[in-house]
Ligand binder design. Structure first.
Ligand code: ADP
Length: 462
């Protein structure tokens, strides 16, 4: 497996190499083409210049050629690679470079041919003579033959110029390559470092160290999101771990009391200190009942917390749920002589009916549990625009203000209820809360001292 840094550097280097190669090739072709056109145009201009200059060297009056000039200009042209011959009107040679300096002409021709063959082997060029008429006032005075390497030829300095251009391109390519390697190295390090660190933190988390966190910013949006997700995961796992420990401790605590009572009662009876009377056996039976109740509650809570994600929503009338559950409590109301008022009208929501029944059962059973004989319970359903509100109110023992936020925690029971026989395991309200949250709703408790409690739940209608 290749490392990120290596991969990034290699990719960037390849891109730069490719780009530089393409640019070099294109510019070489373009520049060479343009340059050759320019040289061709210059050669034409040179020939035109020579024609006009050479035409002017004929004196019509004396019918003489300025041979001194012809010689100077002809030799000058020779060293530029042009072999010149001037003929008079009758076609007799006036001045001929080859006649003057055969060896120089030969040398120029071989040098140019060799140079062009070396640098432009595909060109298949050759020396060729081009004839031009020489005129004065539109009267022919002679002709000029210029022989040069065609279709074009370049001097040593021209080739040096093209060579320098290539060197510059290669240098630019190498410099860009170095810059690309440097930049990709820095970039790869910037990307790789947080990823490596995140991987290390994820490993620590997988080994149970939930305190591991990614500190600081990476400066890259996606990487920041990744590190934030890892930190969030760590928080969540730490929270779950805390809850798990808390729950284990709470359950152990809840189990210990009935188990101690049971075992001490049974021990006394086994050792013959106590008679196993029906009354004592009944008390043992009740303790076992409490234990079973606790186990059943725990099972329900576990079920609720797992099922929260999967609500089976249908159209439900909250008032219908209230009335159904109230009817099932008729016997309990009667036993304690409690009076019940139900207010409000129907309110239709998209919700899980069974879960709403569970909420109602838990709230109403608490109200019954924590309200003394002849107490009063009031239930109201309010149908809002996009929310429904359920209120369950009693005039029972009330909840101390400092405990109002705690009673929704699992296994939390107020001191008041602990002292009462009627108290449960402290799970009912945790279930109510998780159902409310799963529906996107809220639940809270209010209490005015000892004058009773009020539970208010709001649920979105859709
Ligand atoms: P429990 O099974 O103990 O009733 P819950 O989770 O239903 O557990 O309630 C948690 C605690 O909140 C109870 O132990 C009790 O102290 C308090 N509580 C709940 N409902 C009422 C109420 N209507 N009046 C007074 N206290 C209440």
């Amino acid at each position: 497996m290749r490392r990120l840094k290596g991969q990034l550097s290699l990719t960037m280097a390849l891109i730069v190499l490719f780009t530089v190669a393409v640019i070099s090739l294109l510019s070489n072709i373009l520049i060479a083409g343009e340059f050759e056109k320019y040289i061709g145009a210059q050669q034409k201009e040179k020939a035109d210049d020579m024609i006009s200059n050479f035409s002017g060297q004929y004196d019509g009056l004396t019918e003489q050629w300025n041979e001194e000039y012809l010689h100077g200009a002809g030799m000058y042209a020779l060293y530029d690679g042009y072999i010149v011959k001037v003929y008079d009107r009758e076609g007799a040679i006036v001045w001929d470079a080859e006649n003057h300096d055969m060896s120089a002409c030969h040398q120029v021709m071989t040098e140019i041919s060799a140079r062009m063959k070396k640098w432009r082997p595909d060109m298949q060029g050759a020396f060729a003579a081009h004839d031009y008429p020489l005129t004065q006032n539109e009267q022919a005075v002679g002709s000029l033959s210029i022989s040069y390497y065609g279709p074009y030829f370049l001097s040593d300095s021209d080739f040096r110029f093209l060579g320098a251009l290539n060197t510059v391109l290669v240098a630019v390519g190498l410099a860009s390559l170095c810059a690309a390697l440097l930049v990709s190295g820095v970039l790869a390090r910037r990307i790789a470092r947080p990823i490596i660190r995140t991987g290390y933190i994820a490993k620590q988390i997988s080994q149970g160290d939930y305190s591991a966190r990614f500190e600081g910013n990476t400066g890259t949006l996606e990487l920041d999101e990744l590190t934030a997700a890892i930190n969030h995961l760590s928080d969540r796992l730490a929270g779950q771990e805390r809850m798990r420990k808390q729950l284990t401790a709470d359950v152990a605590h809840e189990l210990r009391t009935p188990l101690t009572t049971l075992s001490s009662h049974l021990e006394m009876m086994i050792e013959g200190v106590w008679e196993p009377s029906a009354e004592r056996l009944q008390s043992c039976y009740e303790e076992i009942g409490r234990l079973s109740g606790l186990v059943a509650d725990l099972e329900r809570l576990e079920e609720m917390e797992h099922e929260n994600l999967a609500l089976h929503k249908t159209r439900v009338d909250l008032m219908e749920v209230v009335r159904t559950v109230c009817a099932s409590f008729a016997a309990d109301f009667k036993k304690k002589n409690l009076s019940l008022t139900v207010e409000g009208g129907s309110s239709i929501l998209e919700a899980d009916r069974d879960k709403l029944c569970q909420v109602m059962v838990n709230l109403l059973s608490n109200a019954v549990k924590y309200t003394g004989a002849h107490g009063h319970i009031r239930i109201s359903v309010k149908d809002g625009e996009d929310h429904a509100t359920l209120t369950v109110e009693d005039d029972g023992i009330g909840i101390p203000p400092q405990e109002l936020s705690l009673i929704f925690e699992r296994l939390y029971r107020t001191d008041k209820s602990r002292n009462r026989e009627s108290g449960g395991a402290g799970i009912g309200l945790a279930i109510v809360k998780s159902i409310a949250l799963a529906h996107g709703g809220t639940v809270r408790a209010e209490s005015r001292g000892e004058q009773g409690s009020r539970f208010i739940m709001t649920l979105p209608k859709l």
